[in-house]
Design a protein around this ligand. Structure first.
Ligand code: SF4
Length: 343
């Protein structure tokens, strides 16, 4: 996830609600299938037994949490007054070249975080609600979907009422997403690129570009309307990669043709080269102006855009209790107590 300040240019209305019978079917499936023993939870389809080995996401069968707490850097309707209640999962099926969370993604073989049980994960959700979180924000949880479904279910039984935001790279399998879709109120989904070469260079896998359209189509079918006042639907995030304005143009054109009436666009421009990989330029003012001209060209009138030239150090340091700038984040006391206990 990239954290920063956003300007909005308009919001939409409408909502969709899950059916109770669907929850029962999903729970039965999650608890009787072999999702971790023959893992095909993401498009990598490693088919490893995660009780004994690790696939590209670098994680076993227990959820690993890198940080939990309130964070105010998301789009305003998601952060609300108090901040969004974040749970950052460790490990990642993707490993982008520009990843700002490399300490926790496993991209460089380090993997900071605490292994937690489903009960502890559900208590973490409840603790965020008790802190006054505006929403529950699950960051990069694809590889732990079965455990997350069980944890949400447990927390709901204990009275947790937060709206659930699924904060993801978009590198998902539709089959795994269909397990958790009923529990998600709002997708906060990346569309990094539709171009294989750009995806390979920046996201580490060319097949990201092949996979993202079926994912967006699935979500559009399941949640055809976005109502940010009610935290439902989809915010589609796209980050401009330096020197790759053509890729952004094709994403915006595709968005305009296929999702403009369903999703809200969040255009991100604060590309921060990671410390470990500084060989990227920052986005220029000329590129920023060009994006604005695309909004006109493609009739995109709703959504958010980041401001250019923010000097706040946005690369989090997950070795600290609070990895983010102090004014933006407050750690969960429950998470810190688990950390103290384990480390
Ligand atoms: S979730 Fe992990 S182990 Fe499973 S298919 Fe994806 S990368 Fe491989």
């Amino acid at each position: 996830m990239r954290t920063s300040s956003f300007s909005s240019f308009l919001l939409k209305k409408d909502s969709s609600l899950p059916m109770l019978s669907d929850f029962a079917k999903i729970l039965e499936m999650v608890n009787t299938s072999s999702f971790y023993s023959d893992c095909k939870l993401c498009p990598n389809m490693c088919q490893v037994n995660r009780y004994e080995a690790k696939g590209r996401c670098r994680t076993g069968s227990l959820p690993v949490v890198a940080w939990s707490g309130l964070h105010k850097g998301e789009e305003p309707p998601i952060s609300g007054e108090n901040g969004s209640g974040m749970i950052f999962f460790s490990g990642c099926p993707l490993h982008c070249a520009f990843c700002q969370n490399i300490q926790i993604s496993g991209g460089d073989s380090s993997l900071l975080g605490l292994e937690v049980s489903e009960d502890e994960l559900s208590d973490m959700m409840i603790a965020l609600e008790e802190m006054g979180a505006h929403s529950l924000n699950l960051v990069t949880g694809t590889h732990f979907i079965p455990s997350i479904v069980n944890a949400i279910e447990k927390s709901r039984k204990k009275g947790m009422g937060l709206k659930v935001v699924w904060n993801s790279s978009g590198y998902e399998s539709v089959e795994a997403l269909s397990l958790i879709d009923e529990y998600i109120d709002l997708y906060l989904l990346d569309c990094k690129s539709l171009d294989r070469d750009v995806s390979a260079r920046f996201a580490g896998l060319g097949k990201y570009a092949d996979n993202i359209i079926p994912v967006m189509d699935f979500i559009k079918q399941r949640k055809p309307r976005t109502d940010l006042d009610n935290l439902s639907g989809t915010v589609l995030r796209h980050l401009l990669f330096p020197g790759e304005i053509k890729s952004t143009r094709s994403v915006l054109e595709y968005f305009s043709k296929h999702y403009k009436d369903n999703f809200v666009l969040s255009m991100m421009v604060q590309f921060v080269p990671p410390r470990e990989n500084p060989g990227f330029e920052k986005v220029s003012e000329e590129e920023y102006d060009e994006i604005i001209s695309y909004f006109d060209e493609f009739g995109i009138e709703d959504g958010f855009i980041q401001e250019l030239g923010d000097d706040i150090p946005w690369i989090p340091d997950f070795r600290r209790d609070n990895p983010f700038p102090l004014s933006f984040a407050t750690p969960s006391p429950y998470f810190l107590s688990l950390k103290k206990e384990r480390l």
